[in-house]
Write a protein that binds this ligand. Sequence first.
Ligand SMILES: Nc1ncnc2c1ncn2[C@@H]1O[C@H](COP(=O)(O)OP(=O)(O)OP(=O)(O)O)[C@@H](O)[C@H]1O
Ligand SMILES: [Mg+2]
Length: 375
Amino acid sequence: MSRIGTEYEVVFIDKNGMIVPTLASGKQPGIIEIRNLEAFSDRVCEGARFAASLIEMQGSARNPTRVVLKLERQIIAIDGKGLGTDFWIRPETLALIEADVYFGRAIRLVGPKGSGKTTFAQLLAKMFGVPFIKVDGTGIFKPKDLFGAESAEDGSTKWVPSDLMLFIETHRSSKHWPKAIVCLDEFSRMGHSMAPFHALFDHTGQYSFTTTDGTVVIDGLTGFIFILTDNPVGPGYIGNQSLDAAMSDRVEEHEFTYPPIEWEVPWLVSRTGITVDEATHIVQVAAEVRVLATAQMWEQGGPSPRRTLRAAEDVSIGKPMSLVVHARIIDRYPDGDAESPRRVIQQRLKSAELLDERVAVVSVVNVADVGAPAT
Ligand SMILES: Nc1ncnc2c1ncn2[C@@H]1O[C@H](COP(=O)(O)OP(=O)(O)OP(=O)(O)O)[C@@H](O)[C@H]1O
Ligand SMILES: [Mg+2]
């Protein structure tokens, strides 16, 4: 039986153009009165979820005719919704990112290539049901470049807004929280000085700059979640720089790593239809190389899930396993003397019984048989 003080989850849905709350249980009393709405007024929108306590009820618990609920706090929880088995992220990382989104903080995702940073930024927008835009950071030198460019036309210069500027204008008055996700991909590769960016990531939600046409003021940035993605500074990543102290103080940083083996194997199986044994072999090879690559400082991270996925795709259409793990993983490392990365990897894989030399070389016996044109 529902008691006064019981916590409910309230989900706001759009019905006939009106925002009306329903109990998550699906029961819809004739009258629902919501208290404390003003405290969350800027957060109430279609799909928003709140924890609420019951402060009055008329009718029976099964068939309430009128309930009075008091909103206690908003619930931001996206886990399990859409992430499912197709994306792996540490639960602690996800929980903290949810809090960052709730408070409208700028986020920075740092991790080796192919650890899912860009994909996650896009998924986050999908899970919140809000628009997404990705801006390639490598061509941006000052914050102003994000919003437009000076263009010469008929002998005079004119300020031409960028896609990001138009995107912000379109979604500025959105009633959703967040309004949108803006991914500044490869942020620290911008080759710029960090200092001008400090103003973009302060608490004002406003940014202004001058152009030949005058001063442009961008307002209403609050609610746009900026997600900066970066590779770590270190071997294998050219051009990356660390954030300066004032910049790193403004953004919440989260480390991305490759998924655990137990997750990667079923993921490859479900993505490509290869067998568990085949997926296990690919992932074990990748895992050995990951340990070596990072320990030997060849590159941070080693072969990414992008690599294992490509290998699994090849195997799924009948390409021999040995050819595939060489081409997609091992042979990407430079060959040379016994100390060279490729030889070290081969040695390691052989002693782990993951490399069978007898099938490592694949020869095409009779090209004419498959109808290739004679050259
Ligand atoms: N954590 C993960 N969960 C599921 N798939 C992943 C994950 N990480 C990477 N992948 C796979 O690898 C692909 C590449 O990931 P993505 O481009 O998002 O990585 P990134 O971290 O942005 O890499 P880069 O630093 O090279 O830009 C994804 O499309 C996905 O198939
Ligand atoms: Mg990326």
